[in-house]
Structures are given as C-alpha cells and as structure tokens.
Design a protein around this ligand. Structure first.
Ligand code: SF4
Length: 376
C-alpha cells in the first residue's frame, strides 16, 4: 500500500568548506553541481513513482530544501526543482517552501531567483556574529553576513526568514551569547532555531577533542546558554514551540511539524530519510554513490526499518515531548502519572488542559525523560 505524502524534503549536499563540527552528508566543492544534482534527483523521483511505496499528492503542503548549502547551487536551483516537482504540485497559496542558505552565498541574485521559483521561507545558517567563533567553526561568512543575507531575502520578497544560532561554544573563544542573541533580535526575523554544539567523533572537532587540542563540550555552559536563550527570546515575543525552535505567532515552521507528528514524508537526495508508516528508509550518505545510483535509475536506498508498535510508542512520546503541545496526561494513579508528577514537582514539566509539556529545564533532559516515561 502506498503512503500519500504532502511534504517533501530535498537534500542539497554541497558546501564550499567543511565546518569543523559538521557530520552532515556533504560534498565539499567550490560551487554546487546543479546539473548533476537535478539529474540525480530526477532519477530518484522517477524511481519513487515506479516503486509505489509513496504517492506524492497533487498539491504539496511543504517542500524543504536542506543541506549542505542549497544557496551554493545558485539562483536557478529552485526553478530546476520546480520543474522536477511540477508546477501543479506547488500551486497551493498556503505552500511552505523553505530553502536553507548560508550568508555568504545568499546574494541578491540568488534570493531573487528563489523567490521567482516560489521559495517563500529561508532558513539562514548564521550561527554566531562573533568573528573568532566564526573562524573557529570554519564558517565562510563574517559578522555582517547574516544581516546582509536577511536584507537580500527581504528585497526579493521573502520575509519569512529563520535564523540558526549555535550555543555551547568553548569559553576560550570569548563569544558572548547574549550579544549574539541581541544581534539576532536586531534582524527582526519571525523565527529563530537553536543548535547546541555537539562533538561528533568523525569530525575535525571530534579528533581535536580526542587528542586534547580542544576541550569537550562544557555541559554547564551549554545548559546556561540554552536557558538564557529561552528567557531572552520569550521576552522578545517569540514562542518556544519546540525544544530548538522559537517563532513569532503564526511563523512556526510547518515542515518540521510533519516529522514531530509522525506524518508520512518523502526525502530525496543523499542521506535523506523518508517515512511511509511503518517503514522508515534512508539513502546512502555518499553524494558520489547517490548520484551514480539515482542517475542510473537504481535505488540509492541504504537501509530501512519497520517501526514496530513499541518503537512507535516511544517515538510518539519523544516527539510529543519535543513540542509545546506535549503529550496527553497519563491516567491518574498510573505509573506513568507518577513519573510525570515528579517531573512537575522538579520543575521539568507543567500540566495544562489535560496535557503534559516540558519546561526549558525539562527539554535539556528530553531523551532521558522520554525513556523514563516509556519504561514506566
Ligand atoms: S555549512 Fe552546514 S552542512 Fe555545510 S559543512 Fe557547515 S555545518 Fe555542515
């Protein structure tokens, strides 16, 4: 039986340089291989139609182009994608079409080309406005880059911009988190996403930490900065609607909500995941292999799993706890209710309208709390 999907993710794997902490599926090159990318996506798109596990709806609700650095693919990338997906499917006035961008490559020209193709939301990888921190991370833009890129998006008519910020950077960099939050607020964008620095073993940062050239993540700083951001952004009128996401009213990202609600979606590109309940599958992470397979009309799938009832229950509770909607309150007197009562007493959760939702303190312990609830 096929799952009808109204949300599609497309991975654009190219980056001009590899950031020291990054373990995403990226291919480092001076500019993106637009032709090769579109050709490979076309191969996978046709294959998906033949396989029949997914049926792409006649009208999409959301299209999300992530990376990598989609803006490295230039102004024509989104028009190419529009040709692939089909005008008809992208015609709904309520369509949310997001593309990720890095400040150095979201030029006026790129933003204009994207807007023309139909992109109406940009997610910008600002991360920090602190020069030394940007260099340490291996980013290519300077402190003024995010402001310039936001202006480029706006002059193209894309006002719905989200800015990504990273927290938990090493103390020795001298980066002020509150200054960065202030600079992000000055941009007056409707959406902010936060990412905590994590040290993945197979990255330059992971090796540096292993060899003692860099300190491990400072857990206390990580915690403090997350809580400060939650407070500062809430005071500035942003709603903390998911563990990592803050939005002005009505600017909540709709694409990610599909993942959080366990709704079917199709992912195209190397490393992309797709979900046709109960099947979750993912593609090879290697761009070269993906390109070879998909272009030749062969499946780039690396593996798949069946999400069984137990795993689905755990996922549902973990996904629910990520969001401000939380989960349904367990029946009074049950062992699950004893767990959530303790969370409430410890300030990790609140009960509201028959639901339990985590506080920022609780979100810092999200994985452990979801497991505790599942085991209760
Ligand atoms: S720009 Fe993003 S995807 Fe590319 S290397 Fe840096 S963190 Fe990774």
């Amino acid at each position: 039986m096929s799952s009808t999907v109204r949300s599609v993710y497309v991975h654009a794997p190219f980056c001009a340089r590899s950031c020291t902490y990054c373990d995403f599926a990226v291919s480092v090159r001076r500019s993106g291989d637009l032709e090769g990318w579109l050709e490979a996506l076309r191969g996978e798109w046709d294959l998906v139609a033949r396989e029949g596990l997914f049926r792409v709806a006649d009208r999409l609700d959301t299209l999300y182009v992530g990376g990598g650095t989609p803006s490295l693919l230039g102004r024509d990338a989104m028009a190419g994608l529009r040709d692939l997906v089909g005008d008809e499917r992208l015609r709904d006035p309520a369509l949310e079409w997001t593309a990720e961008a890095n400040p150095e490559s979201l030029t006026d020209e790129v933003a204009a080309g994207w807007a023309e193709a139909g992109v109406n939301r940009v997610s910008l990888g600002a991360q920090t406005f602190h020069e030394d921190a940007l260099r340490w991370m291996g980013r290519l833009h300077g402190p003024e880059g995010p402001g310039r890129a936001v202006r480029a998006a706006r002059s193209a008519g894309i006002d719905n911009v989200s800015v990504d910020l990273i927290f938990g950077l090493p103390r020795a960099l001298g980066r002020s988190w509150t200054d960065d939050l202030g600079r992000a607020l000055d941009l007056e964008v409707p959406h902010v996403s936060l990412y905590g620095l994590t040290v993945e073993p197979e990255t330059p940062l992971g090796r540096a930490v292993r060899e003692g050239r860099e300190p491990p993540v400072d857990e206390e700083r990580y915690r403090e900065e997350f809580l400060v951001a939650a407070e500062v952004l809430a005071e500035a009128g942003y709603r903390h609607y998911e563990v990592s996401n803050f939005a002005r009213p009505g600017a909540e990202a709709r694409h990610n909500a599909v993942y959080w609600r366990g709704i079917a979606y199709l992912g195209l590109g190397n490393g992309a995941h797709s979900y046709a309940p109960p099947v979750r599958r993912w593609n090879t992470r290697s761009w070269e292999r993906y390109r070879e397979e998909a272009t030749a009309g062969r499946s780039p799938e690396e593996s798949r799993e069946i999400v069984d009832a137990d795993a689905a229950r755990l996922e549902e509770s973990w996904l629910g706890l990520r969001t401000r909607e939380g989960i349904e309150a367990p029946p009074p007197g049950s062992s699950a209710a004893r767990v959530t009562d303790r969370w409430i007493a410890d300030g990790l959760a609140v009960a509201e309208d028959g639901r339990i939702r985590l506080t920022p303190e609780g979100w810092l312990l999200l994985d452990a709390l979801a497991l505790e609830l599942a085991d209760s």
